[in-house]
Design a protein around this ligand. Structure first.
Ligand code: HEM
Ligand code: NAG
Ligand code: NAG
Ligand code: NAG
Ligand code: NAG
Length: 338
């Protein structure tokens, strides 16, 4: 467990959080529900979708990049926008953690959605909720399913690089490790496979796959699960000692949210080891088969998984940030500095 930064302690004590303050901090995880902003910011969901749409017109990949943020936010101390906080001299945030550095992107899309909402209904919509809406919208606008999101989250007052390092799975992970990890979040094996189907859109770096191309599990050999023609293609894209930042498609239709990802896995054409392992392992293989055959089964399971993922909460105190990258400044901060 991480120890709480000292500057936050007085804020969570009853003496300093006056009930009349607009900076009031929730003591327990708020109840999430659909249409949470129906009265306070009725345009919120429409406005977020519009920002996602415009960004996709500028750069199609931003849909995938924005969607991924939900996973990386929600697994680390709940869906609380902690992922979005920039580092400060006193706090190493999550942006530079092992899984996120040089990899997560499109933070500026979330900033744009926040700026839009702050103009229309200032101080109302949390960054954590914007992430959840944005992820859903990215899926819809990529041709995937639509669903109603539960809202009412608060933004964290801190973030932890270490927690992200400890929790987020490596692209090298195998299915048994992933089953175990997801079960810690009450996500089933079916949820794991369905949520991995988010790799139906987007790209990954050579850095994430060179080990499986040239030295899988320290064998000095490639991963035998890779189909040979596909491996030749990946070897060309990612030569040994080449630029780790070069990217390849996560499935054969990287801008379309569909079940091509699962068909690719069945043909040994998964990009990441963590993808291909879902077909290699018997515990997950049947779900890959099912989702490759039946698009609707995939879409239904995916939506269920996204809702469960969005339900993860830390129960820690929160706020509605004005800027997703920094916690709001508080009178108490000033007191502590003097
Ligand atoms: C099951 C465990 C998972 C692992 C090990 C994993 C790992 C990765 C890795 C290594 C990349 C490429 C990053 C890079 O090379 O820079 C990636 C991309 C991506 N991941 Fe996952 N992921 C997992 C689950 C998920 C989940 C649950 C979601 C969303 C619900 C998700 C959404 C995405 C998306 C959309 C991309 C493409 C992003 C882009 O193009 O910018 N992933 N993932
Ligand atoms: C799966 O990965 C875990 C953690 O890295 C490792 O301990 C385990 O031996 C692996 N399982 C197999 C069958 O390779
Ligand atoms: C998983 O479910 C159990 C039982 O309902 C609950 O006590 C626990 O907090 C849940 N864990 C997470 C990470 O949500
Ligand atoms: C492959 O990985 C193993 C274990 O990590 C390492 O000892 C070995 O030097 C690597 N081989 C090559 C050719 O990079
Ligand atoms: C990718 O680019 C970043 C930023 O330019 C650089 O710091 C990093 O070392 C590169 N990563 C790899 C794996 O080559």
């Amino acid at each position: 467990m991480i120890s709480k930064p000292k500057c936050l302690t007085p804020l969570s004590s009853p003496s300093s959080s006056s009930s009349s303050s607009s900076l009031a901090i929730a003591a327990v995880a708020p109840l999430l529900r659909p249409r949470f902003y129906a009265e306070t910011c009725p345009e919120a969901e429409y406005l977020v979708r519009d920002v996602i749409k415009k960004n996709m017109e500028r750069e199609p990949r931003s849909a995938a990049s924005v969607m991924r943020l939900q996973f990386h936010d929600c697994f680390v101390n709940g869906c609380d926008g902690s992922l979005l906080l920039d580092d400060t001299p006193n706090m190493l945030g999550e942006k530079l953690s092992l899984s996120n550095i040089n990899s997560l992107r499109s933070y500026e899309v979330i900033d744009e959605a926040k700026e839009t909402l702050e103009r229309v209904c200032p101080g109302v919509v949390s960054c954590a909720d914007i992430l959840i809406m944005a992820a859903r919208d990215a899926v819809v606008l990529s041709g995937g399913p639509n669903w109603e999101v539960k809202l009412g989250r608060q933004d964290s007052l801190t973030a932890s690089q270490k927690d992200s390092d400890d929790i987020m799975p490596s692209p090298r992970a195998n299915a048994s490790y992933l089953i175990e990890l997801f079960s810690k979040f009450n996500l089933s094996t079916k949820d794991l496979v369905a949520l991995s189907g988010s790799h139906s859109i987007g790209k990954g770096r050579c850095f994430s796959i060179v080990f499986r191309l040239y030295n899988q599990s320290g064998t000095g050999r490639p991963d035998p699960a890779i189909e040979p023609i596909f491996r030749e293609k990946l070897d060309k894209l990612c030569p040994q000692g080449g630029d780790g930042n070069v990217t390849g498609d996560l499935d054969a239709t990287p801008e379309r949210f569909d079940n091509q990802y699962f068909k690719d896995l069945m043909n040994g054409r998964g990009f990441l080891n963590s993808d291909q392992t879902l077909f290699t392992y018997p515990e997950t293989r049947e779900y890959v088969r099912l989702f490759s055959r039946n698009l609707n089964e995939f879409l239904k399971a995916f939506v269920e998984g996204m809702i469960k993922l969005g339900d993860l909460q830390s129960g820690r105190p929160g706020e509605i940030r004005q800027n997703c990258r920094v916690v709001n400044s508080r009178p108490a901060d000033v007191l502590l500095e003097t």
